[in-house]
Write a protein that binds this ligand. Structure first.
Ligand SMILES: Cc1cc2nc3c(=O)[nH]c(=O)nc-3n(C[C@H](O)[C@H](O)[C@H](O)COP(=O)(O)OP(=O)(O)OC[C@H]3O[C@@H](n4cnc5c(N)ncnc54)[C@H](O)[C@@H]3O)c2cc1C
Length: 384
C-alpha cells in the first residue's frame, strides 16, 4: 500500500485524540504529522484549580507533545501560516507538507482587545498566566465586590465561569470574609448553559441563589474601566473582575476559506468532514447546528469524541473497510460548586427536537471523577 500522509493541525484535546488513536489503529502505510506552535499541551480545565490555589505547580497540568514520537507521530512545533484546500498543502514557518488527509483542530483564539478596557482591568480566567495572578489577588482580597464576566458567546466550556463564581464564593467563606464580599455573575446569555435547556438553567440559577451569588443574564458588556463595567442597558461596579474574553477562530482558517458566516468551520455533525474532500475539522473551531437552532458547545469532551470519529473515518478510508463510528452527540461535564463538590450534566446534544440533558446534584464523588478525568487526559499523553 502506498504511504498516505495525515496532517493534523493543532495538538489540543481534538488533535491529540486523532493522532494517538490513528497511531494505534493504523500501524502501517500512514505517516502522521502533528503541527502546533506550542511544544507543551496545557490542560486549561485546571485553571480553576490554579485560581483557588488547589494546584500550585502548573507543570503538573502540562504534557510534552514531542513524547509522541515514540508512537510514530511526527511533531512539528511551528506556526501554521497557510492551508491550501485544493493542493491539500499546509505551510508552516519552514515546511510545506502535502497531505492525503488534513484535520483542522486549531481551537478558538482569545481576542480580549475586542472589549475596550478588558485586558487592562479583568483577570482572564482562560489564560494560564493571568489565572496565577488572579489566585494571588484572591489570596490578598480582604473584602469588596467580585464580578465574574462572560463577555461574548460562544465561549469554551459553558460551565467554567459559573464554576469560577461558585469556587470564589466558597474560597471567601474559607477565608472567613464572605460577609464583607459580594459575588456577582454577568453574562450575555439569557440563562446558564442555554443549550442544555430551561430545566438545567433553572437548577443552576437556584444553586447560584443558594450561594448568594448575584446573577445578571442578558448583560452584553460594551467596555470595562477601572472598577466599572458598562453594559448595553446599565452598568456595574467591581473591585476585582474575573473575565472570559471574546473568542474567534484562528485567522489561518478564514484565510483558507474554511469558515462560513458564523466565523467557524461548518462540518457534517457525524463525520466532521468539511465541504472540501479529505479535509476534516473538529473541536472548538467548528460550528455544528443542533435541532433547537443553537450550536454544539465548545468543550474538550466533544473535541475528544469527535477526534475518535475522525480517526475512525480516516482509518476506514485507508483500509477501505467502509465502516466508521461517527460522532453521535453525546457529552458530559462536571460543574464544580465549591466545598469539594461538583454537579454532573450529561446527555445527547443531537436529540430531537432539542438536546436531552440531565443534571445530577452536586456530590464529592463527582468532584473526584472530575479530577480523575483531568488526570486521565494528561496520562494518555505521557503513555509510551
Ligand atoms: C478554564 C477552562 C476550563 C475548561 N473546562 C473544561 C471541562 O471541564 N470539560 C471540557 O470538556 N472542556 C473544558 N474546557 C474546554 C476545552 O479546553 C476546549 O473545548 C478544548 O481545549 C477544545 O479542544 P480543541 O482541540 O478544539 O482546541 P485546543 O485544545 O484549544 O487546541 C488547539 C491547538 O491549536 C494550536 N494552534 C492554533 N492556531 C495555531 C496556528 N496558527 N499555528 C500553530 N498552532 C496553532 C493551539 O496552540 C492549540 O494547542 C475548558 C476550557 C477552559 C479555558
Amino acid at each position: 500500500m502506498a504511504m498516505k500522509t495525515v496532517i493534523i493541525l493543532g495538538a489540543g484535546f481534538g488533535g491529540l485524540t486523532v493522532a494517538t488513536d490513528l497511531s494505534t489503529t493504523v500501524r502501517e502505510g500512514v505517516r502522521i504529522v502533528l503541527v502546533d506552535r506550542k511544544r507543551k499541551f496545557y490542560e486549561c480545565a485546571l485553571n480553576l484549580a490554579v485560581m483557588t490555589g488547589e494546584l500550585v505547580d502548573t507543570s503538573l497540568a502540562e504534557g510534552d507533545i514531542s513524547s509522541l514520537a515514540g508512537r510514530g507521530i511526527e511533531f512539528i512545533s511551528e506556526e501554521i501560516t497557510g492551508i491550501d484546500t485544493s493542493a491539500m498543502t499546509v505551510t508552516t514557518e519552514s515546511h510545506s507538507i502535502r497531505g492525503d488527509f488534513i484535520v483542522v483542530a486549531l481551537g478558538a483564539s482569545y481576542v480580549p482587545e475586542q472589549i475596550p478596557g478588558f485586558a487592562e482591568n479583568a483577570y482572564n480566567l482562560y489564560d494560564g498566566q493571568e489565572v496565577k495572578e488572579l489566585a494571588a489577588a484572591l489570596n490578598n482580597f480582604a473584602g469588596g465586590r467580585i464580578a465574574v464576566l462572560v463577555s461574548r458567546t460562544p465561549f469554551k466550556c459553558p460551565a467554567a465561569p459559573y464554576e469560577a463564581a461558585f469556587l470564589i464564593e466558597s474560597l471567601l467563606r474559607k477565608k472567613g470574609i464572605r460577609e464583607k464580599c459580594t459575588v456577582d455573575m454577568y453574562t450575555p446569555e439569557w440563562a446558564p448553559m442555554p443549550v442544555a435547556g430551561d430545566a438545567v438553567g433553572s437548577e443552576i440559577v437556584g444553586m447560584l441563589r443558594d450561594h448568594n451569588i448575584g446573577y445578571f443574564p442578558d448583560h452584553m458588556v460594551l467596555k470595562v474601566e477601572r472598577g466599572r463595567m458598562e453594559f448595553e442597558t446599565d452598568e456595574a461596579e467591581f473591585d476585582l473582575l474575573v473575565g472570559v474574553p471574546p473568542h474567534e477562530s484562528p485567522s489561518v482558517v478564514s484565510k483558507a476559506g474554511l469558515t462560513d458566516a458564523t466565523g467557524w468551520i461548518p462540518v457534517d455533525g457525524r463525520t466532521l468532514q468539511t465541504r472540501f474532500p479529505g479535509i476534516y475539522a473538529l473541536g472548538d473551531i467548528t460550528s455544528i447546528r443542533l435541532h433547537n437552532g443553537m450550536s454544539l458547545p465548545m468543550a474538550g469532551v466533544f473535541a475528544m469524541n469527535e477526534g475518535l470519529a475522525v480517526a475512525s473515518s480516516i482509518a476506514s478510508s485507508l483500509s477501505g473497510s467502509g465502516t466508521i463510528s461517527g460522532f453521535e452527540g453525546d457529552g458530559f461535564c462536571f460543574i464544580e460548586v465549591g466545598d469539594g463538590m461538583a454537579a454532573y450534566g450529561s446527555g445527547n446534544f443531537y436529540a430531537r427536537p432539542r438536546p436531552s440533558i440531565e443534571l445530577a446534584s452536586p456530590s464529592a464523588e463527582f468532584k473526584k471523577q472530575k479530577d480523575q478525568f483531568a488526570a486521565m487526559i494528561l496520562e494518555s499523553l505521557r503513555k509510551e
